[in-house]
Design a protein around this ligand. Sequence first.
Ligand code: BG6
Length: 510
Amino acid sequence: MNQPFFDRLSKTAVAPDCMLVIFGASGDLTQRLLMPALYNLASEGLLARRFSIVGIGHHPRSDEEFRGSIAEALRARVKNAKAEIDDNTLNELMNSLTYIASEFDDPKTYEHVAERLAAWSKEGGGVGNAIFYLATAPNYFGDIIERLGAAGLLQEGDNGWRRVVIEKPFGHDLASARALNRRVLQIADESQIYRIDHFLGKETVQNIMVLRFANFMFEPIWNRQHIDHVQITAAETVGVEQRGRFYDETGALRDMVPNHMFQLLAMMTMEAPNSFHADAIRAEKAKVIEAIRRLSPEDALKNVVRGQYVAGFIGGEKVAAYRDAHNVDPRSLTETYIALKLWIDNWRWMDVPFYIRTGKAMSLRRTEIVIQFKKAPGVLFRDIDDSKLSSCRLIFHIQPEEGITLQFAAKQPGRKVQFADVNMDFRYADYFKTSPSTGYETLIYDCLVGDATLFQRADNVEAGWAGVQPILDAWAIKPGDLHLYPAGSNGPAAADMLLLRDGREWLSLQ
Ligand code: BG6
């Protein structure tokens, strides 16, 4: 059953007994994010005593070898964060871990899982709650779910609940996302499917809802009458690392925009839901994403800038060009940077431009949302150059430093009336003690307690793809120019032009 989002205020309860079956257990995601998140949940005492993890991967390994590699990765991670590992928690987590070396398309894999689940459930008096976590390459998603279904593993009843977590990317365009939804929903009920977008696990992203709906002062100005435009930036310093094969077929638009960037957009722009129930929130998010203006291929091209990084320096370190990365085509035309302008055609947002940019190998890591308010009428300050009249900004710092800044104009001291932009800053770290987090803790915990608020419903995913489909269609006819930018820069100059031609500028990344 869906529980209200704000139940999480009182969510300190231990999650129910569960067997977590991870497909893709030898992969990067499991080592880098899932296991650290499970360790953090265990440290907070939120995992049930009967919590069991079964890893499934292609690599032949014994349970002991699997535990060894996970423990080593966890220790390294905790050391990097300059924290201490708690041996008791680590040992308990390792004891709950077993491994099945098997292929995802082999029916025996599912027989093994069913046997293990039945034995574990019998031990616990018949309760066999299970989460099947698909941390695999996307081409396996549909197949694994069909095989789970065929093995009877998705049947719920007195034996407990069965849920499936699906990682991104969910499809590679609108048609494939629809097809995957159809395939999945033939086997399982929507309430069993948890489509993950890990941006929703980030504290500051959830805080957007609190800021908007728990503080009445913002609502009257949260609209086209008061807001000039909005900028959403996700700049990364990492390149494509070991993910060349996946990334070269995917590119920055598909990798970041219909999912992460649109989630930020939806949180920022959605109407207040009728309640904090998962479906009420997800319905509002779907509505606003569905309202993204559908552009013709020509207009889509005019409002999009594609970039790709060439060799450069980040933090004094030399970084090779994207085309020289492992498993990337040396003549690749895939974008590692994208900037775009879009509109939301509804009463609240009609004609307010939303500028979105995201890129790899940029000068710094920063995710932020800038809301730029309209300028005050210049009538009282006729002698002051219009461009010097500041516009107020509200800036959500999503990462790495979490916080909110309100920027406004103040008079500089002195006899002459001169303005300067000043900031009022709220930084999370100044007010709250936060526990170490990968962002996945909240999501795994929510799945364990059956709260789907922070997961994407079928219509949310499809609305996201529909929002970028005009760009994909335009590129299919004629890929836009590819603007090269040096690694360690702020992206291509053409992205600055996208705003300059509207008389606007990106908020500086420096
Ligand atoms: C992933 C993308 O979904 O999100 C990656 O596939 C990207 O390419 C990552 O680097 C960004 O997430 P975060 O949490 O590091 O900002």
